[in-house]
Ligand binder design. Structure first.
Ligand SMILES: [Fe+2]
Length: 148
């Protein structure tokens, strides 16, 4: 049995982490315009990632395991905090105010969140699906991404 879902979603976490780090780096260098562009790329990317999870992965997990109020409920609540912190940081960038406190909160939240997804949730999805189900999940995600 492959770990296709874990590999795919973990790679996307890494891609998003790189964009976020590039934002921090540019900001530190004083290149605010570039920092904002990186932050927006990270923000759009993670919010798309959340939609993939909430509209494709989590319903599949709930259906396969019968766990309707377990890990997916916790992850969805944490996603709400990601949205809130992303908006707060962007507002600070636009008003040229420090977003350091929001950044710290977001970094701590995402460290725990991604760890739980990569070590518990994604592997459970891989273990509860056959190869054609995994392929279908990735196709469903791709079709969401390709929507205008
Ligand atoms: Fe997530």
């Amino acid at each position: 049995m492959s770990n296709l879902i874990t590999v795919y979603f973990e790679a996307d976490h890494k891609r998003l982490d790189s964009l976020y780090l590039a934002f921090k780096h540019s900001f530190k260098e004083g290149n605010i315009k570039q920092a904002k562009a990186y932050f927006i790329a990270y923000k759009e990317g993670i919010e798309k990632h959340i939609v993939w999870e909430e509209s494709v992965l989590f319903p599949f997990f709930e259906q396969q395991t019968g766990m309707l109020h377990g890990p997916t409920r916790v992850m969805t609540m944490e996603h709400q905090q990601v949205y809130r912190l992303n908006d707060a940081i962007l507002a600070c960038l636009e008003q040229q105010e420090s977003s350091a406190a929001f950044e710290l909160e977001l970094e701590e939240l995402l460290a725990g969140h991604n760890h739980k997804e990569e070590n518990i949730l994604y592997p459970m999805i891989d273990n509860n699906s056959n190869e054609s189900q995994k392929a279908k999940l990735l196709l469903d995600i791709a079709s969401l991404t390709n929507k205008p």
